[in-house]
Design a protein around this ligand. Structure first.
Ligand code: GAL
Length: 693
């Protein structure tokens, strides 16, 4: 058994090292680049612009993701001359190039000649040509035409040493719109047939005996469409399947492009795509054929209160950190393909980021172990749908904006750090021992959104509560799938893991028996993979593991705040409460202190084999409660943690500790007296960064 684990670990590490060695130089740690749209600027300015990009300290540029109309002006006629020129100038200034496939924006000739490629909105309207992502990734015609342009590009640039790697499409997602086109409907039926084989199996899984929903043939099935339902959802399982299908279709479209590129490009060129960091309409983890997955990140666009009065200018402390930990999960390699350069144009309102915030995000991305950061974009556009969006330089094309200056500073700092880079640095023991896995399955996000049971339920927010609690205890976190090697972690947290099966149950059980500490929260284990309850007592699948029965659950109006008592303190909740009845031998850690079940258990903890299981049945109003309980889990397991001031994040990479202050106040960080401070000071201002060795 041990040798199997060893072999798997060695295989994993060698894939990781392979991806890293192949495309990235370890001693550089991280490289920075910038989006450039040559097609939008006078060719006379290309030299000046690329020269300036290099002079600012960028090491690569990124082109062509929206340039299909320029690459293939008429069907089958390709023009690469202008891109060849861009590569020549980029090379003159020693800038590597990320080349992109242009499938996000089909040219108008294509949409007019083949209108069947357009996506159909849930309302039944055909998407209009002229925006982006308005194509149907299920359309065989669109797949064929995309393949052709990708192949032409791959043949032309696939062995060009100036091309570092490839990005497929742009934020593949349809921006959350589900496609109901005839191609998608047909593909959905094929997908279902492949999954269920027989219509009876589908009827069982979808629970079609409810509300007269029985199908006798796959041809009768249409994609469930929430907007057209009259009353309630007949089959929540069909909706989860729809989400799974949509994510698979996206992955297949990306996969088709990836294969086409790999067929014609040199092995030294990587293939990735840039997923939006927090969209759950598609599933980045399904794109395993890519060399790595990357993400796009805009922390300040009027959607996050952050911490304190200036939090809206600093961003949510957990956003970049969580995303790093999530996207690193494939091959251990990732990068941020788009990072906010300053003010943007598409938020509810678009505030100026706090002075220094851009540099702080850059350091936060570095801290997460990323291999590259690419900023969006070099020049502020003069026309088009994103006119108010800042670039590194302003509307005159030459004056560096605030964000541009911060990039310059960051890249100078990175150059200094590279000088003292030591290969194969080992994570300090007292930090490494805290390493925790947060187990994630997107099915739980989809399923709980379909039947939330309380309008306040938000699976991602619940997961973030646990993530932020862990990070504020300075715990390094990996976000992992169920197939991950759990024995590498002393603590595993699976928040609101609603859908599970006995295989997962026994892997968790074994993990605990062998000495692991498992933390589960409310809703976990309620349903099977089809979203059915068990024909057994409530939540029977996990009651043996947690050593308690779940008598019932409760939820309240958002204005009502009920109480929980823990360690002599009172905390508030109103989203979800599992009312627990511990078995003999199971400890009660927290109790409800009001409502008709006052005195009943809210958190239970037990020993099992060499390890422990903690079940947190309540979802509190803020993360303070979860943080306190987690603190006790680590203390009980004898694992030392370090509590950080609110809004401060701490990470380690390549021998360096990096702290970011996202709070609106000055904070002083406690660091070892012998720490060698390389950037910043122990007194961190808002947006302040501290790096030490
Ligand atoms: C991203 C998108 C870019 C650009 C940017 C503006 O989400 O991928 O193409 O639109 O937003 O902030």
């Amino acid at each position: 058994m041990k040798s199997r684990v060893l072999i798997i670990t060695i295989l994993f590490l060698s894939t990781l090292l392979f991806a890293q060695k192949q495309y990235f130089k370890a001693e550089k740690m991280l490289e920075t680049g910038i989006y450039y749209y040559p097609e939008a600027w006078n060719p006379d300015q290309w030299d000046r612009d690329l020269k300036k990009i290099a002079e600012m300290g960028f090491e690569f540029t990124h082109v062509a993701e929206f340039a299909w109309a320029q690459i293939e002006p008429t069907e089958g006629v390709y023009d690469f001359k202008w891109l060849d020129k861009v590569l020549e100038i980029a090379d003159k200034y020693k800038l590597k190039v990320i080349m992109c496939t242009p499938s996000a924006t089909p040219p108008v000739w294509l949409s007019r000649k083949y209108p069947e490629i357009l996506l159909e909105k849930p309302t039944g309207e055909t998407a209009m040509h002229g925006t982006r992502e308005h194509y149907s990734w299920s359309s065989p015609k669109y797949q064929e035409l995309t393949k052709k342009v990708v192949e032409a590009m791959a043949r032309h640039f696939g062995n060009d040493k100036r091309v570092w790697g490839w990005q497929i499409d742009n934020e593949p997602s349809h921006y959350g719109t589900l496609d109901y086109s005839p191609s998608a409907q047909a593909s959905f039926r094929v997908w279902l047939k492949k999954k269920y084989k027989s219509i009876d199996a589908l009827n069982n899984a979808w629970g079609t005996a409810f509300w007269s929903g029985i199908y006798s043939d796959f041809s009768q099935i249409e994609m469930p469409n929430e907007g057209r339902l009259i009353s309630g959802i007949a089959s929540p399982t069909s909706m989860v399947d729809l989400k799974r299908f949509n994510a698979d279709e996206c992955a297949a479209f990306i996969g088709m492009q990836c294969k086409t590129l790999k067929d014609f490009t040199s092995k030294s060129q990587f293939v990735t795509t840039n997923f939006m960091h927090d969209h759950t309409d598609v599933d980045p983890w399904r794109s395993k054929d890519l060399d790595f997955i990357s993400y796009t990140m805009y922390p300040v666009a009027g959607y996050s209160e952050g911490v304190g009065s200036q939090g809206f200018r600093l961003g949510d402390p957990w956003r970049i950190s969580y995303t790093n930990d999530f996207f690193r999960s494939l091959n251990g390699v990732t990068g941020v393909m788009e990072l906010q350069p300053g003010q943007v144009n598409w938020g509810k309102y678009n505030p100026q980021p706090y002075p220094g915030a851009v540099r702080s995000w850059l350091w936060n991305a570095f801290a997460g172990g990323l291999n590259f950061i690419c900023s969006y974009r070099f020049r502020q556009p003069l026309f088009g749908g994103e006119q108010f969006h800042y670039g590194m330089v302003g509307t005159d094309g030459v004056t560096e904006l605030n964000g541009g200056k911060q990039y310059r500073t960051f890249m100078k700092e990175i150059l200094e750090l590279r000088k003292i880079y030591t290969p194969n640095a080992v994570m300090p023991k007292e930090y490494a021992v805290r390493k925790t896995a947060l187990v994630y399955n997107i099915d739980n996000v989809w399923e709980t959104a379909i039947q939330p049971q309380t309008a306040q339920w938000n699976e991602k927010a619940h997961i973030t509560k646990y993530y932020s609690s862990l990070k504020s205890l300075s715990v390094p976190v990996d976000i992992v799938g169920e197939d991950c090697n759990l024995s590498a972690y002393k603590v595993i947290v699976a928040p609101a893991y609603q859908m599970m099966d006995n295989t997962l149950l026994s892997s968790w059980q074994k993990y605990v028996e062998n000495g692991g500490n498992l933390v589960l929260s409310c809703r976990t284990g309620l349903k099977d993979r089809n979203g059915h309850f068990m024909e057994a007592s409530w939540s029977a699948r996990i009651t043996g593991l947690i050593g308690a029965k779940i008598a019932m659950n409760d939820m309240l109006d958002s204005k009502i705040k009920a109480k929980i008592s823990f360690n002599g303190n009172i905390f508030l909740w109103n989203i979800w409460a599992d009312i627990l009845e511990p078995n003999t031998g199971t400890e009660t850690w927290a109790t409800y202190s009001d409502q008709f079940y006052a005195g009943k258990a809210a958190v239970v903890h037990r020993k099992l084999g060499k390890g422990t299981v903690t079940f947190i049945g309540v979802d509190s109003n803020d993360a303070n409660f979860e943080k306190e309980v987690l603190k006790k889990v680590y203390e009980t397991a004898g694992i030392g943690i370090q509590e950080l001031p609110e809004g401060v994040i701490l990470n380690w990479r390549d021998g360096f500790f990096i702290a970011n202050n996202y709070s609106s106040s000055n904070v002083t960080l406690e660091i070892p007296t012998n720490a060698n401070i390389l950037v910043g000071t122990k007194e961190l201002t808002p947006a302040g960064v501290l790096v030490w060795k």
